[in-house]
Design a protein around this ligand. Structure first.
Ligand SMILES: Nc1ncnc2c1ncn2[C@@H]1O[C@H](COP(=O)(O)OP(=O)(O)OP(=O)(O)O)[C@@H](O)[C@H]1O
Length: 257
């Protein structure tokens, strides 16, 4: 088993009286893709938001490579090697692909106080990166994000996480609303991310997509982890669906009879 990268330990989150997470434990190893599944309201997004610094947790610990860390903001998460890509990817539609790849971390040239954005470097890196993730053909780095398809946008967001060498890339519903070819592209990038030494947490409602890429499946229900070691190679989609809903085929037959 590879080394442990991230450990979320006894995580609790209350929204007022509602307990969205109760004593959740989640571990991700180096070079591992973990699929996080659960029905609506199971607590997946809350857990991921806690890991990415978007919301504070009520109690619990987050450890990176065995060391306790304090993640209170997106910057804290990024500094700890955790990059989260949401459904809408947090890209700026009016800016180019190259600018979006460097958003908030743009390289500068020129003397201090008189420096300016290093467009040439951004273009060079963007061209190389797009080629590496396989979307260079029709997309020059100066293309505006607004003219890209959903899948291409996801690819740019994943490329950004890979370029900044995030240890963990969290993908929240990356295949939602995507066509067949675009979905294939995103799944390919996820595999590519693992093959180049990154780990991923992959959240999706479409279990078939999850089965295609992940090494291990974790299931949440009612704010708790109810299974954390499902091997997609040894389980069927129907079995995992049962774990997600907590309802067995026998229960369904009995209710219908
Ligand atoms: N900002 C909030 N304020 C109050 N309650 C919230 C808030 N965000 C989420 N919740 C509640 O916390 C619980 C877990 O929600 P969460 O969004 O984490 O579930 P999820 O598994 O991501 O669901 P989905 O797949 O529908 O996105 C739900 O009961 C939800 O209503």
């Amino acid at each position: 088993m590879a080394n442990e990268l991230i450990r979320m330990q006894n995580i609790c989150k209350h929204y007022g009286h509602l307990q969205a997470l109760s004593n959740v434990n989640l571990t991700v190893h180096e070079n591992e893709i973990v699929g996080l599944l659960g029905d609506n309201g199971a607590g997946k997004s809350t857990l991921i938001k806690a890991l990415s610094g978007a919301i504070p947790i009520t109690s619990g610990d987050i450890l990176v490579r065995g060391k306790k860390v304090d993640i209170r903001s997106t910057q804290d998460a990024i500094a700890n090697g955790i990059e989260t890509i949401y459904q809408d990817s947090a890209l700026v539609p009016q800016l180019s692909v190259a600018r979006n790849l460097f958003l908030g971390r743009e390289p500068l040239v020129g003397p201090r106080f008189f420096n300016r954005l290093d467009h040439r470097k951004m273009d060079e890196v963007a061209r190389d990166l797009l080629k590496r993730v396989g979307i260079s053909k029709n997309i020059p780095p100066l293309t505006q994000i607004s003219s890209l398809s959903g899948g291409e946008r996801q690819a740019v967001a994943i490329a950004r996480a890979m370029f900044f060498d995030s240890d963990l890339i969290v993908l929240d519903e990356p295949t939602n609303n995507l066509g067949v070819a675009e979905t294939k592209g995103v799944l390919r990038f996820v595999r590519h991310a693992r093959d180049t030494g990154h780990s991923c947490i992959f959240i999706a409602h479409n279990i078939h997509h999850v089965f295609q890429v992940v090494d291990r499946i974790v299931v949440m229900r009612g704010g708790k982890v109810v299974a954390d070691d499902i091997n997609p190679k040894c389980s069927s989609v129907a079995e995992v669906e049962q774990v997600i809903t907590g309802i067995s085929e026998d229960d369904v037959s009995a209710a219908v009879a």
